[in-house]
Ligand binder design. Structure first.
Ligand code: DX5
Ligand code: ZN
Length: 217
């Protein structure tokens, strides 16, 4: 199981310290949430923060765009250090073209689905994806309650992926903790985003290690 701690929940006054904590942990990815205040009712951060994270870490930067008009910024995200670039199905009119461009820029393309969006919309882009991100909360804020319906969606993506693209990584984002992490792992998730669960823990490094181990069983 890959754990992708979300820096949305970190202490931005101590960003370097928190990144160094993640560097010393078993987290393989670092999740970076970019919000534009249009696609979602919140504004997070953009390129300067992403660049700072890149400067201080060699981990895989797992960038989750919750923005409209992602096409305008793909190159800039690549320049800023994104490894995985995930766009929302609901925000991309020409999704296939967007995914091709992400790949041609040398990044790994991902698509995120809001809780109400059926998995079937992925059918014709599944072969082009490296990551499917199942949102287990409505995007926009950290610290929300996990929606259990997401477990079924993970199993559905897994079934679809087995036929078309067995390598695709199914990632889950929102309200993830140790309890739902086990169920998500059993359903087929291979990456778990964790914001508050990691950064509010007394010992984030141990929490990451436990989540990784427990969700892998
Ligand atoms: C929500 C973001 C998540 C968020 C997860 O819109 O996409 O990545 O940081 O935070 P927790 O784990 O606290 O729900
Ligand atoms: Zn996210």
């Amino acid at each position: 199981m890959i754990v992708s701690p979300s820096i949305l929940s970190c202490d931005f006054g101590n960003l370097k310290r928190d990144i160094e904590m993640l560097n010393s942990s078993e987290a393989e990815w670092i999740h970076v949430d970019v919000m534009d205040g249009v696609f979602v009712p919140n504004i997070s951060f953009g390129f300067p923060i992403l660049k700072s994270v890149r400067k201080h870490s060699d981990k895989v930067l797992d960038v989750h765009l919750m923005i409209q008009n992602a096409d305008l910024y793909l190159e800039e995200f690549q320049q800023a250090g994104a490894d995985i670039l995930t766009v929302h199905y609901e925000a991309c009119t020409h999704l296939h073209r967007t995914l091709q461009r992400i790949r041609s820029l040398g990044m790994r393309p991902g698509v995120a689905l809001n809780p109400h969006t059926p998995v079937s919309v992925l059918q014709h882009v599944m072969a082009d994806l490296e990551v499917v991100l199942i949102m287990s909360v409505n995007p926009g804020f950290g610290g929300q309650t996990f929606l259990p319906e997401s477990i079924k969606k993970v199993a559905e993506v897994k079934r679809m992926a087995q036929e078309i693209n067995p390598q695709v990584i199914i990632e889950v984002d929102g309200g993830v903790n140790q309890d739902n992490g086990v169920l998500l792992g059993q359903a087929g998730a291979r990456a778990l985003v964790a914001g508050n669960f990691v950064f509010n823990a007394e010992n984030p490094v141990n929490t990451i290690q436990n989540l990784r181990q427990i969700a892998s069983t």
